[in-house]
Design a protein around this ligand. Structure first.
Ligand SMILES: N=CN[C@@H](CCC(=O)O)C(=O)O
Ligand SMILES: [Zn+2]
Length: 422
């Protein structure tokens, strides 16, 4: 890549999160944003070359400034591009009807057990061809970008057969190639037991292990392997087998854990060395301790608890227990139909007791570590990808204080301005 260098200048606050590339931040360190006031970033070939005060960076680049494109942050907040580490981006259709049913008293699991929920989206996704899936998902990705997100993780799991899981993963791969937002793929064939296997779930587990995982790995269509470990879906024992099988094929484990009831998911995450355990509304104290010890990132999804009208995961407790915490939309058509990571941050503060600094760490560097990208994104340091956002607020607290708004003004991806609000 070549082209003009880029200078982002005059940030009232430049949130660098310096020094966090090798491991996610925990405890008190989650509040240390390493802010530079009156900050600038110098970018060449899509990579950050220099970070400092306006005066420092200008002095370093000298006359090269004349050839540069300039983004004037003019007294605004500049942060690393936001990272969403848990989405179900690629799916067809929507489930407004279930939302109405839940408001009338039906539960998420009742709807799923009656053939709706994940099964409904699986039918719609199986019926959709690649082009339709691509277009529907691309529109969502555009929205992510407009909210300051420069990387998303995307799970399969609405195919539930080799053919349709591959279709979803191919769409995610194509989006990653075509769209400015990077898409990191996770295989989630174990998202639900398909209706046809209801009475013989172990046969489906074998299919995931023997057919799907090897083929997904052979085609290099995913980096992670995820399981919905929950009563009525996959047991801890089945989940362990699936995650261990993935490891043999180079797919790093992730897990949907302890969402509806305590089920040993957090403990299992620690035992299998999962990169992240996600949801955790009902995680046990023992499980939280085990995750802290094993360094498993807790990916918390306050939008899901909000939308399911459930009690939030205890983000405050997890941060204080030394678990590295990340936040995510969980964007999906059933339990969290939102693309707004800024809203998720608001909920992290207002409903999980996290501070404005912690939620920013949780959606940048810790989110990057939750998808094994901490070495290249999530903080503003020389050598990292130039993924940045200019927000229309003067300081990091403003993002949470003026809640419910999208403050994104300019998004820079790989050193290029890819979105600018009119
Ligand atoms: N809990 C399991 N999977 C998704 C929801 C999927 C759906 O309802 O379509 C989640 O993470 O919330
Ligand atoms: Zn999910």
């Amino acid at each position: 890549m070549s082209g003009k260098p880029l200078l982002i200048q005059k940030a009232a606050q430049l949130v660098t999160l310096k020094g966090s590339s090798t491991a996610p931040l925990r405890g008190k360190a989650m509040e240390d944003l390493h802010i530079i006031e009156d900050g600038s970033v110098w970018v060449e070939d899509g990579i950050i070359r220099s970070v400092g005060t306006d005066a420092q960076v200008r002095e370093q680049v000298g006359s090269r400034l004349e050839e540069a494109e300039v983004v004037d942050a003019a007294g605004r907040l500049v942060t690393p591009g936001l990272v969403d580490p848990h989405t179900h981006l690629v799916f067809a259709g929507s489930r407004e009807n279930e939302f109405e049913m839940r408001l009338q008293g039906a539960t998420y699991m009742e709807i799923m057990e009656a053939g709706g929920g994940i099964h409904a989206t699986t039918s719609a996704t199986r019926q959709a061809d690649e082009e339709q899936l691509y277009q529907e998902s691309r529109r969502r990705l555009d929205q992510f970008l407009r909210h300051g997100v420069t990387t998303v993780e995307a799970k399969s799991g609405y195919g539930l057969s080799l053919e349709h899981e591959l279709k979803q993963l191919k769409v995610a791969q194509k989006l990653n190639r075509d769209h400015p937002v990077n898409v990191v793929s996770t295989f989630m064939g174990a998202h639900a037991i398909p209706a046809a296997y209801k009475e013989r779930p172990d046969e489906f587990v074998e299919q995931v292990i023997r057919e799907m995982i090897p083929e997904v790995a052979r085609r290099k269509l995913a980096e992670f392997n995820d399981v919905f470990c929950e009563r009525g879906v996959f047991t801890p024992d089945q989940s362990r087998r699936i995650l261990e099988a993935g490891k043999e094929y180079g797919l790093a484990p992730k897990i949907h854990a302890d969402e509806i009831e305590p089920y040993g998911g957090a403990e299992l995450a620690a035992q299998v060395g999962a990169v992240s355990a996600d949801h955790l509304l009902k995680a046990s104290d023992e499980g939280i301790r085990a995750m802290a010890e094993a360094g498993v990132v807790a990916v918390l999804l306050p939008g899901t608890a909000f939308f399911l009208m459930a009690e939030m995961a205890d983000g405050r407790k997890m941060v204080d227990a030394g678990v590295p915490v990340a936040l995510s939309t969980d964007c999906n058509p059933g339990s969290s139909p939102t693309i707004s990571l800024p809203l998720i941050m608001n909920l992290g503060c207002l409903k999980m007791g996290m501070t404005p600094a912690e939620v920013l760490t949780a959606t940048t560097i810790n989110a990057a570590h939750a998808i094994r990208r901490g070495h290249e994104i999530g903080s503003l340091e020389a050598g990292k990808k130039a993924d940045l956002v200019v927000f229309d607020v003067p300081n990091y607290m403003g993002l949470q204080y003026h809640y419910g708004s999208n403050h994104t003004r300019t998004v820079i991806k790989d050193g290029k301005v890819v979105y600018e609000r009119d």
